[in-house]
Design a protein around this ligand. Structure first.
Ligand code: SD4
Length: 322
């Protein structure tokens, strides 16, 4: 085995790292490691931001985004706005394995999942119901995801566009925030002993999103990107802003022209900060030799977790945002 095996993921989701690592030891497949690692977080509902029962949308429903990418074939499978099916990363892998497509969305993605044998279930829990009730309140709260003039009668919809100067819109977008306990998408990269790299993400997205919203996580190059022989990157945070910069792709391209993961992550994040100084998020990058790096903005430090064949246990490193 000439390659150092590696499993690395965003945040302190060490059970996900362990699950990915364990399957890597059994099947020696980076793809399996990413699927099973992310699945662990879907089961545990990591931080309430992965899997069912978190981030209810404006109507109270939880929907899921996930993707998986295979380095050697450059194949991708993804689901956006997946409804009523818990196993988002596995459905994403089924899209990759059993279709010529890259991404399926919404209720049609659900139909595909059911055809593939995944069970239908309710993604709402007491907790997500409570988050929704607290936010909606008795009088309907304004939704910061919508740029409407505060008019109590309009907060609960139906919504109508309100003419605004374009500069207002840009300002509103730039100041959008994701609360600090709601940015914990799992993004994972694995390298197996044959040197195959794979990456993936799984998330329930953003609280109170407008129904139909798909975040950065299932978008190739935004939520995750791997390039065989170069490395991979995954992101977490305010996906509505981050996807405009395809930061995972950016970081991997920088690595392919010789930059180290650390500098690549910082450069890609700096590009976002330049336009959106307030955005919350983080980017994690790794090369084929297991060099790691991360950068973040507007969060209280960004932990990432990994295991390599050089270590005897899972380790967590926390990066400070500069
Ligand atoms: C999104 N990037 O959908 C995700 C949010 C996130 O935990 O990281 N949530 O925008």
């Amino acid at each position: 085995d000439s390659f150092q095996e590696l499993v690395i993921n965003t945040w302190s989701f060490s059970n996900a790292t362990k699950a990915g690592w364990n399957v890597l030891q059994k099947t020696h497949s980076a793809l399996d490691a990413v699927e099973i690692g992310c699945m662990q977080c879907e089961i545990e509902q990591c931080d309430g931001t992965v899997g069912y029962g978190g981030s209810p949308d404006e109507t109270g429903e939880t929907t899921l985004d996930a993707m998986i990418m295979d380095g050697p074939t450059h194949d991708v499978g993804a689901v956006g706005d997946l409804r009523r099916v818990k196993q988002a990363i596995s459905v994403a892998r089924a899209v990759m394995t059993h279709t010529t497509h890259t991404m399926l969305v919404g209720d049609a993605a659900t139909s595909f999942a059911l055809e593939m044998g995944f069970p239908e279930s309710n993604l709402t829990t007491m907790k997500s119901r409570q988050i929704y009730e607290n936010w909606r309140g008795a009088n309907c709260q304004p939704n910061f995801h919508r740029n409407v003039t505060p008019d109590p009668k309009k907060f609960c919809g139906p919504y109508k566009p309100i003419p605004s100067r374009n500069t207002d819109r840009v300002e509103a977008t730039a100041n959008k925030y994701i609360s600090k306990d709601n940015h914990d998408t799992i993004g994972m990269i694995a390298i197996d002993s044959k040197g195959r790299i794979a990456g993936g993400t799984s998330t329930n997205g953003a609280n109170h999103k407008v129904p139909g919203r798909v975040g950065d996580s299932p978008i190739t190059g935004a939520g995750a990107y791997v390039e065989q022989g170069v490395g991979g990157a995954v992101s977490t945070g305010d996906g509505d802003v981050m996807m405009r910069f395809v930061p995972s792709f950016h970081a991997v391209m920088l690595m392919s022209s010789g930059m180290k993961p650390d500098a690549a992550a910082k450069t890609a994040v700096a590009k976002i900060i330049n336009k959106y100084p307030q955005f919350s998020g983080a980017l994690l990058a790794v090369d084929m030799n297991g060099n790691m790096g991360a950068a973040c903005n507007n969060i209280d430090g960004f932990p990432y977790t990994y295991r390599t064949s050089k270590d005897s246990e899972v380790k967590t490193v926390t990066v400070k945002c500069s």
